[in-house]
Design a protein around this ligand. Structure first.
Ligand code: XMP
Length: 510
């Protein structure tokens, strides 16, 4: 996929906030990419960058083997902004003096502007910035001027306007720097002269044209999962190549109520093959209790079912469209991956399938995928669908999965989601769902004693699923959920609400 427009290229030196730099730039409607910090100048220049940003990083420029960059990029005439380590590196490479900070500054720090500069236009003379550094620039390189300082950092911002080189010691990309967005926008729009033009409609036009060119007259295949990424990728591909696209949806019987129908309704024009494989999956899962074992079985069966369905297609598709999104690309490409539990890939396809893989969303963050989905006219139920695990309802049934338990948890899940939606909380909540426990509890209905199933309701808020907090749902919502679950779902006699955060618990119960 050719990338749209001339990008801002972020050279990544390994700081934990780096993905935020890319996010803030995208939020300013400017297209950007993250590449490893030591990418050769020629490779960076091939991307025709409109501006370059040097990220922060945990190293010190003095350490042997400290990450560096091709200095030619600083002489290329392209505007550059160095951030934290990026500033120290710029100073170090251009003849300034970097030293360990006399006193380390960490956290919110008051900064004074010393000299007017387009870099800090619109920023008050005194503002709060977020500092986190062990070294600092003691003397700026020849040609540079100092724009701002804090009590303990004499050079908090510097630049050489003639060469378009600027740098800041603080982190404008984090929310703790309240003027950070203004500062980054000042760099993009005032210093580098960019325009905000990274909008869904531009992306869609570019992506459709690109898919058409890449696929040519060949046939392509896409696996729909019910999630927003694969749906948006499929919509783009369908708009690009029409009836040369076939979609496969493996219905493993572990999806939620109405999902298959929703997807089919959203793609009336698509050659959609729904593979009904519930029986095979349930057979393979029979008696399997251990959560990891369940995942293995489902992963294996999923790939089998997909391969079988793909092999039966005539004529044979040569291209596989995948909904890979940008965080996956950064994680695998730039080498600073945070560790994601391997089980989170369950329900995906292996890399060695006999297709040319095309990934139209590889430049987008999740919220951008949603905006594109909306612009493409996909229904809200798909665009705003909460994350749902690949192994589906199987990991929301404690103990072995049976058709009967599946029916109970699916119905319970439908009610929980309906009530969350009715309360207007669906978008604010990361995930809300029901879990069917192994336990039984005594209840009373009419004047009859019951001994029924226990359902746990879980609702969490989260940024990325790595940590999460339980949602303080209004009592009235909890009450309605409990009374509907016990009243409408046969066999449920008790409802409990999960009030553990992650950590120590995980989001799913299995
Ligand atoms: P946990 O339970 O580990 O979940 O806190 C974090 C996020 O990952 C989802 N999840 C999965 N997604 N396959 C997936 O595709 C899986 O096996 C899986 N297990 C958990 C979970 O729903 C939450 O969003």
């Amino acid at each position: 996929m050719t990338e749209p427009q001339r990008p801002v290229v972020v050279l990544d030196f390994g700081a934990q906030y780096n993905h935020l730099i890319a996010r803030r730039i995208r939020e300013a409607e400017v297209y950007c990419e993250v590449v490893p910090g030591d990418t050769p100048a020629q490779k960076v220049l091939e991307r025709r960058p409109a501006a370059i940003i040097l990220s922060g990083g945990p190293a010190s420029v003095f350490e042997p083997g400290a990450p560096s960059m091709d200095p030619a990029l600083l002489e290329s005439g392209i505007p550059v902004l160095g951030i934290c380590y990026g500033m120290q590196l710029m100073a170090h490479l251009l003849g300034g003096r970097v030293e360990p900070a006399g006193r380390r500054e960490y956290g919110r720090t008051a900064m004074r502007t010393l000299k007017p500069t387009p870099l800090l236009e619109g920023v008050p003379a005194t503002s709060v910035v977020w500092m986190s550094h062990g070294d600092e620039v003691k003397a700026v390189p020849p040609g540079f001027e100092v724009y701002a300082a804090t009590d303990h950092t004499p050079v908090a911002a510097m630049g050489d306007p003639r060469r378009g080189l600027y740098a800041v010691q603080y982190h404008p990309e984090v929310r703790h720097t309240p003027e950070g967005t203004t500062m980054l926008r000042d760099f993009l729009f005032r210093v580098a002269g960019l325009r905000p033009n990274w909008r869904p409609a531009d992306f869609i036009a570019g992506a459709v044209a690109d898919l058409r060119a890449r696929i040519g007259g060949r046939r392509a295949l896409v696996a729909l999962s019910g999630g927003v990424d694969s749906a948006v990728a499929a919509r783009l591909a369908a708009d690009a190549i029409g009836d040369h696209l076939t979609a496969i949806l493996i219905d493993h019987g572990l999806l939620r109520a109405g999902e298959v129908e929703e997807i089919a309704a959203a793609f009336p024009d698509l050659d959609l093959r729904v593979v009904r494989a519930e029986r095979e999956f349930l057979q393979a899962l029979a008696g399997v209790e251990d959560p990891e074992a369940k995942r293995k079985v489902i992963g294996r069966e999923f790939i089998r079912a997909f391969e079988r369905a793909a092999a039966a297609l005539e004529p044979r598709p040569e291209v596989l469209i995948q909904g890979t999104v940008y965080p996956d690309v950064i994680e695998s490409g730039a080498g600073h991956a945070r560790t994601i539990k391997s089980h989170h890939n369950v329900g995906g396809l292996p890399p060695d399938l006999p297709f040319e893989v095309v990934e139209p969303l590889r430049w987008l963050f999740k919220d951008e995928v949603r905006r594109v989905g909306e612009a493409l006219g996909l229904p809200d139920t798909i665009v705003w669908r909460q994350p749902f695990p690949g192994p589906g309802l199987a990991v929301r049934i404690m103990g072995p999965v049976t058709a009967e338990k599946l029916a109970v948890v699916r119905e319970a899940d439908r009610i929980v989601r309906e009530e969350i939606r009715a309360a207007g909380l669906e978008r604010a909540i990361w995930q809300a769902f029901a879990v069917l426990l192994e336990a039984r509890a005594v209840g009373v209905m009419g004047d009859r004693r019951t001994y029924g199933r226990v359902v746990a309701v879980r609702a969490v808020e989260s940024e990325d699923g790595m940590t999460a907090d339980w949602v303080r749902l209004p009592d009235a919502v909890l009450e309605r959920i409990a009374s509907r679950l016990t009243g409408e779902v046969e066999g449920i006699s008790r409802v409990v609400y999960d009030i553990t955060s992650k950590p120590p618990a995980t989001i799913e119960w299995e």
